[in-house]
Ligand binder design. Sequence first.
Ligand SMILES: *Cc1c(COP(=O)(O)O)cnc(C)c1O
Length: 387
Amino acid sequence: MLKLPVYLDHNATTPCDPQVVQAMLPFFTEMFGNAASRTHLYGWQAEEAVEYAREQVAALIGAGLKEVIFTSGATEADNLAIKGVFSMYAGKGDHIITVSTEHKAVLDTCKHLEKMGAAITWLTVDNEGLIDLQELEAAIRPTTVLIAVMYANNETGVVQPIRAISAIAKKHGIIFFCDATQAAGKIPLNVIDDGIDLLSLSAHKLYGPKGIGALYVRRKDPRVKLTALLHGGGHERGIRSGTLNVPGIVGFGKACSLCMENMEQESKRTGALRDKLENALSIMEDVMMNGSRLHRLPNTTNLSFKNIDGQALMLHFNKDLAVSSGSACTSASMEPSYVLKAMGLDDELAHSSLRFSLGRFTTEEEIGFAIERVSDAVQQLRAARVF
Ligand SMILES: *Cc1c(COP(=O)(O)O)cnc(C)c1O
């Protein structure tokens, strides 16, 4: 028996791996110490566990131990990276280059800085969701302090040409920040090889707990300095004060090491299931895949079902499938996805889109079931349509 609804929304969040939960449990009870307590065993145990987890997180991204700063998640890490650079390097300039398809945590942080006087260049993307490297280089000014481009997009899974972007940033001596929340744990990435200076990631997108994440801050070639957002006890090298979330950090570390161990076979397996789903649904008339076929995550497919409202489609199989639509609920109405619109989809097509994101525990049986339910719903809605 399938557990319903079948969960195909792993880019929104993932369940904790049971091994992650097991690793965390002792740190709620017997080993409850404050990692900053230097005077007794409870504190030492907590600190040791935090440093072990820091190694596990660092290993996933190829970072050094001292370069990993724990935060409450990727939203905070994104804010810390962007505001921290903007404030620290105010003497150099006030210009930031980013992309219109970034996550809200990056977009809205840049919009906020724009109100505070920053100059922001919003790069566009082509119909595959990719940025233009010439447009990027042409946007650079003497006052540019930061280039912020995500590794992989949360809605489409499209992976940007990270190494080419970092080469341009390096050539002009500009700090490169990369939101790698969707890529980390799914595809190999390495801050040295990829030339990334600041990188954010989040535990709950890679089978760890919610409310914990990290910012990688490069320590040499170049040494990146940040102004802190939170002041207090001087935790995390003074960059992020606040008592450490020890159980969360332990779970995050375990989750990273599980991702490292399983990445190759897991991406092959979810990739094959994703392709099966995508191919079966694309056979139907007027179904289009959004984003680069070549440069994307193995677990994600974003499909437009022409002439069908995505919301109506979801209502048809809501009890059976948990997926995301190409529309976002704002306080007043349904807004078409800004990511799909930036790729050239009109409002109607954006509204007719669904994102399917698979994960570690997605089964062949679940994908077979999803294909049936979506195909049925599409056929029913199309048949009911009066022309
Ligand atoms: C989920 C996500 C975030 C936000 O992460 P939180 O840890 O939930 O704050 C930021 N960027 C991207 C690309 C994401 O997918």
